[in-house]
Design a protein around this ligand. Structure first.
Ligand code: SAM
Length: 453
């Protein structure tokens, strides 16, 4: 039987288009970043993770609509570290009725107070588009509950590293499944604490201007190798580094052959490579910048051609060297789709706006967040399959120019020459492109000359 949650009913808040009660402590139910400490709140609700949950709603909606996982029948979904179960409640509440009817969700948390808050919220605000029973909220350990198996979708959203949960989740996925994984131990993934990076992720990570991309790739590399051990392979669908966390979503499919080929997408990132290293990368098809004679910021090397020295502060890896997202998925992630699914409209959602006593400014902030969580992902779509990554601020180090170019101007100029280019999803201004380095130099210099005139 459900106990009354400690501090219930707290205050009323809306995330996406879903109402919830949150504990009345600082950082809850306001537009600032979550509780200061985990212990400040009886249930963990982090406002800063709203974008993470919104993307989850959007991706699940696409997976059902586009039938990526099942042609018919219901999707078995596990919200593995659920806290307030807001993610599950948002799936049920915000996706259209015809999609939601395909869901059977279990949300799990081992913290009893979290479960109490989740149950009370689910009872107070039953989902509008679906049956209340489609979500079963359970107290327990993800690593036990996951063993019932056959999950088409597992969400792993831990405090810190997802590594303790990966193996059991991987073993218990259905034949075709999506695994969504967050990591908030970004200091480890970005190489701030090299020993922790080595111990936890069996990797080196250089803490440089592209460290967020490196973090995403180290996490993907670990997931890919875990999948391979269980005779499965992954295809990244969407990856972000957002504020204090990294989040990747991968399609997992079975098959020994693809699992054995995992090392085709695992390798090394070498900074300031010498000519031989650039040549090796070009020969392996991992360096579209080409031009081994020109000094360049970085290259990928295949796993089976490791750099001579690993501990010289220039090498990151092993990491995922393939695309970190799938173009066809990013194409769907438009601002319109995000707003249609998770946005609030003053006329259509009067009831929830009045319950939360929201002002126009709150609605504006909420919709702005919904848009922002897909904006850069969608913009990155045209070059997501390329492997040339360069940050704007580092260009003056490599090319004799006065200051960094605007990414927008650079992308447009590269596109005009017939090459692919788009913003990168990392938060530092950066682009992904397949233009050769000598051509890039010319374009960057031209832009610089125009500005200088
Ligand atoms: C970062 S919070 C999850 C936030 C939540 N996914 C959301 O979107 O709001 C991590 C949660 O994992 C729970 N947890 C930690 N270890 C667990 C385990 N082994 N099994 C189930 N829950 C666990 C904690 O109690 C905590 O509520």
């Amino acid at each position: 039987m459900q106990n009354k949650p400690q501090g219930w009913p707290g205050i009323t808040w809306i995330e996406g288009r879903t109402l919830l009660q949150v504990p009345n402590v600082k950082g809850q139910g306001e537009w600032r970043i979550g509780p200061a400490k985990k212990s400040d709140s009886p249930v963990f609700h982090n406002v800063a993770m709203a974008n993470n949950r919104t993307r989850s709603v959007l991706l699940l909606g696409l997976a059902i609509r586009e039938r990526w996982l099942l042609k018919e029948g219901k999707l078995r979904v596990l919200d593995g570290l659920a806290a307030s179960s807001l993610r599950s409640r948002r799936w049920l509440n915000e996706l259209p009725e015809e999609l939601v009817e395909k869901l059977e969700i279990i949300s799990v948390d081992r913290n009893r107070e979290s479960v109490n808050w989740a149950l009370a919220n689910h009872k107070k605000y039953p989902p509008e588009n679906s049956n209340h029973e489609q979500l079963s909220i359970q107290e327990g350990d993800l690593r036990q509950i996951v063993y019932s198996g056959g999950w088409q979708w597992i969400d792993i959203d831990p405090y810190g590293s997802p590594i303790p949960f990966l193996d059991s989740a991987m073993q218990n996925l259905a034949r075709k499944a999506i695994l969504q994984v967050s990591a908030t131990d970004t200091a480890a993934l970005c190489g701030t604490y090299p020993q922790v990076t080595r111990r936890r992720y069996a990797a080196y990570a250089v803490n440089d201007t592209v460290t967020h991309d490196t973090a995403i790739r180290i996490l993907l590399g670990n997931i890919a190798l875990c999948a391979a051990k269980h005779e499965r392979s992954i295809e990244p669908l969407m990856s972000v580094f957002d504020g204090h966390h990294t989040r990747v979503s991968v399609l997992v499919t079975p098959g020994k052959k693809n699992a054995s080929n995992v090392y085709e997408n695992i390798g090394w990132r070498v900074n300031s490579p010498d000519k031989n290293t650039i040549t090796t990368s070009i020969k392996a098809g991992l360096h579209s910048f080409g031009c081994a004679d020109y000094p360049q910021p970085r290259v990928f090397l295949p796993y089976n051609s490791p750099p001579k020295s690993l501990a010289n502060g220039k090498v990151s890896g092993p990491l995922w060297t393939g695309p970190i997202a799938k173009k066809q998925v990013l194409e769907h992630l438009t601002e319109d789709y995000a707003l249609e699914t998770c946005g609030i409209c003053k006329d259509d959602h009067k009831h929830l706006i009045s319950l939360a006593n929201w002002k126009d400014e709150d609605i504006r902030m909420s919709n702005k967040k919904v848009i922002s969580c897909v904006k850069r992902l969608h913009q990155s779509k045209d070059a997501v399959e390329t492997n040339g990554l360069v940050t704007m601020d580092e260009l003056p180090q490599w090319i004799n120019i006065d200051g960094p170019p605007s990414p927008k101007k650079l992308i447009s100029a590269i596109n005009q020459r017939g090459f692919k280019a788009a913003v990168s999803v990392i938060s530092t201004p950066a682009i992904q492109t397949d233009i050769p380095w000598n051509e890039l130099i010319k374009i960057v210099k031209d832009i610089n000359d125009v500005i200088a005139k």
